[in-house]
Design a protein around this ligand. Structure first.
Ligand code: AP5
Length: 215
């Protein structure tokens, strides 16, 4: 198969979900977000969702094997034939290697890992004011990206809510996990010349333009 496979890398709150929504409109790619898949599973009350919640509530990563199985199964579906924008996966070296191995079986490899670079102060500020649509997962911010009608999604009319793992103490754990377990991927993709770093600060449309220039 000859499809483009992009990875969005970045700290919690770097803007991965926001940017993926803009980019997948401009470039026809399937947006696959591991966190959204876990939250969807939880809202349906599946075993996967209940298991994932145990880790998400503490700001820890869901075990690799569970996550890898879920993503490999998802990206094998027909809507992914047009190309992929992976948001939040991979996040450990083991996940990155499992993805490479699975793609290699089809003669494919990752096109580019796009690192969205945002300061820690900015991500803490962003997550503190985030609201998400319960139905389509679109993120809003109570100061910088307000919905037209308070509490309601502009896109689908769904109800907005605040994620349990956006509490200050959990955000701190998520940032520590990012530094220890996910940052090594910057080197991993850098060494094989697959890394593109983009400044993630400024208006989201502006950041999306920077990303689109690479994509
Ligand atoms: P996940 O849902 O992937 O969360 P995350 O990586 O922590 O990322 P976020 O969704 O918090 O942030 P984002 O970068 O998408 O930012 P957003 O666009 O929303 O993962 C949650 C949990 O699931 C993990 O902790 C883990 O337990 C589990 N999990 C998921 N994937 C896993 C994996 N691969 N392996 C193991 N476990 C996994 O933007 C944030 C806010 O900023 C919003 O309010 C937005 O409106 C605002 N904003 C965005 N851009 C801008 C801008 N340019 N200027 C101003 N405000 C902005």
């Amino acid at each position: 198969m000859d499809r483009a496979i992009y990875i969005l890398l970045g700290a919690p709150g770097a803007g991965k979900g926001t940017l993926a929504a803009i980019i997948s409109k401009e470039v026809d790619l399937a947006h696959i977000a591991s966190g959204d898949l876990f939250r969807e599973a939880l809202s349906k009350g599946t075993d996967l969702g209940v298991e994932a919640k145990k880790y998400m509530d503490k700001g820890e990563l869901v075990p690799d094997q569970i996550t890898i199985n879920m993503i490999l199964d998802r990206i094998a579906r027909p809507d992914c034939d047009k190309g992929l924008l992976l948001d939040g996966f991979p996040r450990t070296l083991e996940q990155a290697k499992a993805l490479d191995e699975a793609l290699a079986k089809n003669g494919e490899n990752v096109t580019k890992a796009l690192l969205i670079d945002v300061s820690t102060e900015e991500v803490v500020r962003r997550l503190g004011g985030r609201w998400i649509c319960r139905d389509c997962q679109t993120p809003y911010h109570e100061v910088t990206m307000r919905p037209k009608v308070e509490g309601t999604c502009d896109k689908c009319g769904g109800q907005l809510y605040q994620r349990d793992d956006d509490k200050e103490s959990t955000v701190r754990s998520r940032l520590e996990v990012y530094t220890k377990q996910t940052k090594p991927l910057i080197d991993y993709y850098g060494k094989i010349d697959k890394l593109a770093k983009v400044n993630g600060e400024g208006e989201s449309e502006e950041v999306a333009k920077r990303l689109l220039a690479v994509v």
